[in-house]
Write a protein of this length. Sequence first.
Length: 195
Amino acid sequence: MFKTGSEVIQWIISRGYFGSCPGLERITELLRLLGNPERTYPTIHVAGTNGKGSTTRYLANLLRTNGLKIGTFNSPFIKDFAEQVEINGQEIDSFNLVKLGNQIKPLVEQMDRQKEFYGITEFEILTGLAFSYFKGRVDIAIIEVGMGGLLDSTNVIEPELTAITTIGLDHTAFLGDTIEKIAYQKAGIIKKIHR
C-alpha cells in the first residue's frame, strides 16, 4: 500500500522499464477494470509535434473563463511529475495520488500475470490514473497525446473535438520516417462522432 504521493510517482516511473509499447490492448483492459471512467465526461483530444501543450493550455483557459471545470492531461512534465494531471490548473494532490495508486497497482499486478496484458507502461498507467481522477470532477477534459495518436494510450476516448497542431519529424522509430507516415499516425485520433 502506498502512503505518499511520492511513492506512487516512483512506482509509475519504475514502469518505464517497459519503454514505449504502442497499442491499445493494455490501456483498454486497465480502463475496463477501472469501470471506464473516460466515458463519463466529454473530452477534447490534441495531437501534433509542436504546440500540443500550448494548445491544451489555451483551450483550458478559454473554457475556464466560461465557468467550466477543466481537466488537463499532458506530457511530458516540465518541473513536477504530478503537473501532468490537473484540474483548473491545480495538479493532482498527494491524497488522490495515493488513493488512485492503491486502486490501480493491484489491477496492474493482475494484468502482469496475463500474457496478453503483461508490461503495462508508465504512460499507460498515468493515462488510467488521469482518466480516473477526472471522473466526477470535471465538465470536460483536454487530453494531450503522448506520442503519435493512432496507437497512443490516450486514443481510447471518443472526443467532442480533435485538434492537430504542427506536424514534423518526431519519434521516427515508432511513427515512420516521413511527414506523411507521421501525419497518418497523428490523424488516427480523428473519429466519427456517435450520438
